[in-house]
Design a protein around this ligand. Structure first.
Ligand SMILES: [Fe+2]
Length: 232
C-alpha cells in the first residue's frame, strides 16, 4: 500500500515538473507521440533522443525547454530542415536575417532568431509574474514555438554563385510559416507549437492567436520592422 502511494506521488510530481504543455496536452502524451516521430523513420530509443551537437551549437536555448520530448522534437525539426536545405549551419551565422532590409544589413540570421527567442522568453516570464493565472504562459510551448517560428526559411532560401542569399523558387510559392508547420508535424511537434509557427507572421493576423503566439509574433516584428524602416 505504502509502495503504491509512493509510486503515484512520484508520477504526479514528474508530471508537474514537466509542466503544462498547452491546453489538454499533458507531458505523457508528448512522450507517446515521440514513439511515432516520422522524421527519423525509426522507433525512438534512448540513443536517438540525443540532440545533435551541430543543432545545440546553433540553439543553446533548446536547454530552456523542460520537457525532454518536446526539446528533442524541436531539435529534430531543425535537423530535418537542414537536411533538406541548401544552407549549412555556418551559412546561418553569416547570411542576413531578412532580404527586406537593404543590402548592408549585418545582423545574421541566427543572431536575429536567437534574439526573438530571448525576448519571447523574457516576455513569458514577465507575463507569468504580473498576470499570473489570468493569462498563463506555457514556457515550454513558447520557447519551442519561438525556436521553430522561422525553421521553414531553410527551405525558402538558396545561395547564389556569389555566395549571396536569395529567395529560391520554392520559397516564392510557399512561405516559411507553411513549410515550418510541415517540417514540425513530420517530427511530432504538438499543435500548440505548430500554431505559433503558422501564426507568427502576417498570415496569423487572419486567425485568433494564442497568448504564446502573440508573444512570438511581437518579438519577431519588433526586431524586424525597425531594421526594415530605419532609412525612413
Ligand atoms: Fe518569419
Amino acid at each position: 500500500m505504502v509502495v503504491v502511494v509512493v509510486v503515484v506521488t512520484v508520477v504526479v510530481m514528474v508530471d508537474c515538473l514537466n509542466g503544462r504543455l498547452g491546453a489538454g496536452k499533458p507531458a505523457r502524451q508528448i512522450e507517446e507521440a515521440a514513439d511515432t516521430c516520422n522524421c527519423l523513420k525509426v522507433k525512438h530509443n534512448k540513443d536517438n533522443l540525443m540532440i545533435a551537437k551541430s543543432i545545440l551549437d546553433l540553439w543553446p536555448e533548446l536547454e530552456w525547454i523542460q520537457n525532454r520530448y518536446l526539446r528533442e522534437k524541436t531539435a529534430k525539426t531543425w535537423e530535418l530542415a537542414l537536411s533538406k536545405s541548401a544552407l549549412k549551419p555556418e551559412d546561418l551565422k553569416r547570411i542576413p536575417f531578412t532580404l527586406l532590409a537593404g543590402p548592408d544589413l549585418s545582423v545574421s540570421f541566427m543572431d536575429h532568431k536567437r534574439a526573438v527567442v530571448h525576448i519571447a522568453h523574457e516576455c513569458g516570464l514577465k507575463f507569468n509574474v504580473f498576470f499570473k493565472n489570468e493569462l498563463p504562459v506555457d514556457m515550454d510551448i513558447l520557447i519551442a514555438g519561438a525556436i521553430l517560428a522561422d525553421v521553414g526559411k531553410l527551405l525558402e532560401y538558396e545561395i547564389d554563385e556569389n555566395g549571396k542569399c536569395i529567395q529560391g523558387k520554392y520559397g516564392q510559392f510557399i512561405r516559411h510559416p507553411f513549410t515550418g508547420v510541415s517540417l514540425a508535424e513530420q517530427c511530432g511537434i504538438p499543435p500548440e507549437v505548430c500554431h505559433i509557427i503558422a501564426a507568427h507572421a502576417g498570415e496569423g493576423d487572419l486567425i485568433k492567436r494564442t497568448t504564446e503566439a502573440y508573444i512570438v509574433h511581437h518579438a519577431d516584428f519588433m526586431t524586424f520592422l525597425p531594421f526594415k524602416n530605419r532609412q525612413l
